[in-house]
Ligand binder design. Sequence first.
Ligand code: FAD
Length: 280
Amino acid sequence: AYILERRLFDKSLAIEAARAGADIRVNTYANGLIRAQKQIKGVQVRSNGKDYRILADVVVGADGVESKIGRMAGIDTKLRPQDIDICAQYLMCGLDGDIDEHQSGFYLGGEVAPGGYAWVFPKGNGCANIGLGIRGNVSREGHRAADYLKRFVQRNFSMGSVITEMYGAVPVSGPLYDAVAEGLILVGDAARHVDPSTGGGILYAIQAGIIAGEVIAEAKEENDFSKSNLLKYEKRWKQSFGKELKKKMKITNFIQSLSDEELNAIAYSLPSEIEIVLFY
Ligand SMILES: Cc1cc2nc3c(=O)[nH]c(=O)nc-3n(C[C@H](O)[C@H](O)[C@H](O)COP(=O)(O)OP(=O)(O)OC[C@H]3O[C@@H](n4cnc5c(N)ncnc54)[C@H](O)[C@@H]3O)c2cc1C
């Protein structure tokens, strides 16, 4: 796996986009779609207290989980609690000796992270991202992702210091709808392009973004921004990583069906270079 410095990574993508000619607008929130008959023709935005209209042949909704842009376009992006992983993550430092700098850690089980898993991703110099995700339908008072993470860290990494905290949600239902409308394409979490077994969506967001760009460039040449033409995007992302997502959905459903004892038994049958540590 690759460990990213996410803020720097996103910033570097924005810099590359600007260099390639993109007009980047910060502090700008899209709060409506512009339509001409059924065709989407742009977005209404609020930027630094002022309202603007931005016209576009195609709007790309990259607005994350339960995409509001998608919903405005008539796509039902709302998730059921069991289709969401609620995540909590700390950046911790002062972990020298507590973590292996060259090994990622994954922790499964009902005590650690019911319906999900906990992770330890080393970041170098005794620091690591330590986090977990739990299924939305098991989250309740005293058993929220933040509570599980606090307990996990207290038991296993109490010598470290929390530098930053981060909370969020990831769609883990797999893609259930066409992420396309008349003049609109959804990418990333908005399209539910997320590996349900890990909650990882960065790679798919980038792959789908590239495919969306190619399809929109072709649509521009053809001067056809209809849904039926943009559906090429659906076909191509499915060719690219659709099978992989389906396979991972099956693996996830299988893992979800296992008891903690069965998970331990599987872990012990893994190759010996994978280190197994029981925490509870
Ligand atoms: C704690 C946590 C840890 C994770 N760890 C990993 C990991 O290790 N590896 C991995 O691959 N994935 C990980 N993920 C998942 C990953 O973050 C997402 O899959 C990925 O960020 C999806 O990218 P995106 O661009 O689709 O959406 P996002 O990254 O959610 O970006 C959406 C953006 O749209 C903006 N936005 C929303 N609405 C509007 C609007 N109306 N107008 C303007 N802007 C708007 C938001 O502010 C946000 O900046 C993690 C998620 C969480 C919560």
